[in-house]
Design a protein around this ligand. Sequence first.
Ligand SMILES: C[S@@+](CC[C@H](N)C(=O)[O-])C[C@H]1O[C@@H](n2cnc3c(N)ncnc32)[C@H](O)[C@@H]1O
Length: 297
Amino acid sequence: MIIDIITIFPDMFRGPFTESMIGRAMESGLVDIRIHNLRDYAEGRHKVTDDYPFGGGAGMVMKPEPIFAAVEDLVGQTAPWGPDGPGAGTRVILLCPQGRTFDQFAARELSGAERLVFICGHYEGVDERVRQALVTDEFSLGDFILTGGEPAAIAMVDAVVRLVPGVLGHELSAVEESYSDGLLEYPQYTRPKDFREWSVPDVLLSGHHENIRKWRREQSLRRTLARRPDLLAAATATAGLTEKERLYLAELESGGGRDRAETGHGNVGDGTGRGDAGDGHAAGDSGAQEKKGSKHG
Ligand SMILES: C[S@@+](CC[C@H](N)C(=O)[O-])C[C@H]1O[C@@H](n2cnc3c(N)ncnc32)[C@H](O)[C@@H]1O
């Protein structure tokens, strides 16, 4: 995959893209990330990339000419594009707080592209004609305003690149983690088994794979209900919730409300044993998530 980033602050990408997983993905040739200084495409002695807004008002607006010149140079075509965009598999993305909210589904979608071109805005944003004729997608990181598109591009590239086949060491990690199937991930533990007054749930030490799978699924459901109940409607399709699991969630909600679906410091359960008897969901251990001297009673 080729990723082009058009920015007036190329140095901002130095650390994030040379370290860790992205650095390794670049070294192995799975992705090629190219940073382009927008000023190189600006005309005149001063290489100006912004100007005052027509109609007045505070701040500056990024000029269209250098942005068009940069994108057209990279994709080898002149805008406007045909219905397929600037070439099959190429997406021209504007980072923009007014765009579609970026999420794991979008990350997965973009990870299948051959080429992504990111345009980082600044000041009051970019001239409207960039949106009208040049970009194929506008993505927002969330309902807040950043100073510029660079941190958003870094976050998006990170989320997309780790889904490119071959980048993650363990491909299952991307399948099991939060949001990938519409649910939040189950709690994770590592050594030591006992840390201060908190112990790892017995089921995880049992070596019983089916019980561990059930416990994790139940924890995933409980956690999603407690923290992100909004995800559950869509998760019915994406996470393949069974009728039994839907009933279990309804029971949890009516029994103790969402707040009780997940309690406990440090991801340790509430010890109620709720759902661990007779309904076939739990691993028989969810109530035994150990917490010596629980703060929560
Ligand atoms: C200060 S913002 C401009 C905000 C613009 N005046 C508005 O109200 O929509 C400057 C640039 O930062 C980037 N940016 C700011 N917030 C963002 C967000 N939530 N997601 C993605 N990019 C963002 C965009 O590239 C934007 O052009």
